[in-house]
Design a protein around this ligand. Structure first.
Ligand SMILES: NC(=O)c1ccc[n+]([C@@H]2O[C@H](COP(=O)([O-])OP(=O)(O)OC[C@H]3O[C@@H](n4cnc5c(N)ncnc54)[C@H](O)[C@@H]3O)[C@@H](O)[C@H]2O)c1
Ligand SMILES: O=C(O)C(=O)C[C@@H](O)[C@H](O)[C@H](O)COP(=O)(O)O
Ligand SMILES: [Zn+2]
Length: 366
């Protein structure tokens, strides 16, 4: 059988299958007993979706639902429309959802699967780099509310994940680069080989037809699997390790920026900026050495990701960071690094340092 299989252990184990031209593997990931499949796909992927429909239609009654583009899919309205469609089609607990698209599609589709009849089977088929290395694995699902990003959601693990690297061949370059935001994040939190590969040859690292990107995808998924297996529901690690919150590295500021930008900035771009921000904060708070903090802008910048941002005032971003899920009451909590691969929680940093790191982020501070 073609493809690499990474196993995700735990109470609801599943496989992540990685390779090229894998659509025909979908039925085996769906497993036995499924009669109806709701295919929730990014509407704009009309042609790519055909290959999945061709595999599904001979074996299942398929309800194909096209979702709005990108972040617009992650709303209560869209979830409601999906629930209504499942109801009309008589979806039962033995039926299943398949998602096909980027992280916005897998987040919304995962949420619909988690909530329909209090939870039905879902298989994710991620078609962006970001969704392959991050959103489709680990069971976090979510939609946005007026107050912020991913504030409503659940943990609902997929029955399988199908990473068909061929789908990256049609992905616009900016979207591929955005996905590198989460890849480089994985380098800093756990796997320095990722950083070496990206810095050595950024062109090769972002070539969807070459051999380096598949290695980066596999390494990043392994980082994610290791973290979620140890702490699926983000209750915390042992011995002071942040547990699943580690994967939130850079996200406190990233989500604040995304909200301030009305979700028009790509998530992976915001993550790159957010990681540079929190590296500077960690340096100011005495956690991270100068060289490793400076390496952040080099590594993210190497593949063309933004590393600075001056579009929103400090007070607005600080207010948005206060509704981050890692916050506890009035105390802001960040994941910072003591070194590459050594994440710790920083609780209640001084406002002086929060602001000084903001000044560096805007380009005004150094
Ligand atoms: N649940 C998690 O653990 C998790 C992890 C990381 C990110 N996320 C979420 O993922 C979302 C970002 O995901 P994203 O970066 O994939 O963005 P996205 O889902 O918005 O997709 C980006 C764009 O690419 C298009 N597209 C997708 N695949 C394509 C292909 N193969 N060819 C051509 N176009 C294609 C989409 O239709 C969309 O317009 C955010 O909402 C973020 O919060 C969730
Ligand atoms: O899987 C996780 O856990 C992550 O934190 C991965 C992040 O890259 C992802 O963006 C996630 O959706 C953010 O989580 P949130 O809990 O802050 O919404
Ligand atoms: Zn993310």
């Amino acid at each position: 059988m073609s493809g690499t299989v990474l196993h995700v252990g735990g109470a609801s184990p599943y496989d992540v299958v990685i390779g090229r031209g894998l659509a025909d593997r979908l039925p085996s990931l769906l497993g036995d007993g499924v009669q109806r499949v709701a295919l929730l796909h990014a509407a704009e992927l009309g042609e790519l979706v055909q290959s999945v429909l061709e595999v599904l239609r001979p074996s299942y009654d398929v309800l194909a639902l096209g979702l709005p583009s990108g972040e617009q899919a992650k709303s209560a309205d869209v979830a409601f429309q999906c629930w209504e469609a499942l109801g009309e089609a008589g979806f039962t607990r033995s039926d299943a959802v398949v998602t096909f698209g980027g992280g916005a599609t897998t987040d919304l589709g995962g949420f619909v699967a988690a909530t329909w009849l209090r939870g039905v089977k879902v298989v994710h088929v991620p078609t962006t780099l970001l969704a392959m290395v991050d959103a489709a694995v680990g069971g976090k699902t979510g939609i946005n509310t007026g107050a912020g990003k991913n504030l409503v959601g659940s943990f609902h693990e997929p029955a399988g994940v199908l990473v068909d690297l061929d789908t990256l061949l049609t992905l616009p370059r900016d979207e591929l680069v955005a996905g590198m935001g989460e890849v480089v994040k994985c380098g800093f939190i756990a796997d320095p080989v990722i950083l070496d590969l990206v810095e050595k040859d950024p062109e090769a690292a972002t070539d969807p037809a070459g051999p380096v990107l598949p290695e980066l995808v596999e390494r990043s998924i392994k980082v994610k699997i290791d973290v979620v297996v140890a702490d699926l529901k983000e209750t915390g690690g042992s011995d002071g390790h942040p547990g699943r919150e580690t994967l939130n590295y850079g996200h406190t500021m990233a989500h604040a920026i995304e909200r301030a930008e009305g979700y028009t900035m790509r998530h992976g771009e915001a993550v790159a900026i957010g990681c540079c921000y929190v590296a500077e904060l960690a340096r100011l708070e005495g956690h991270l050495d100068d060289a490793t903090a400076a390496r952040h802008a080099r590594a993210f910048g190497a593949v063309g990701l933004p590393t600075t941002y001056d579009g929103t005032g400090f007070d607005e971003l600080l207010a948005a960071m206060r509704v981050d899920k890692k916050a506890r009451g009035n105390t802001l909590r960040f994941v910072v690094l003591d070194d590459i691969g050594k994440p710790v929680v920083l609780a209640g940093p001084s406002e002086e340092n929060l602001r000084a790191a903001y000044d560096v982020m805007t380009g005004a501070g150094r």
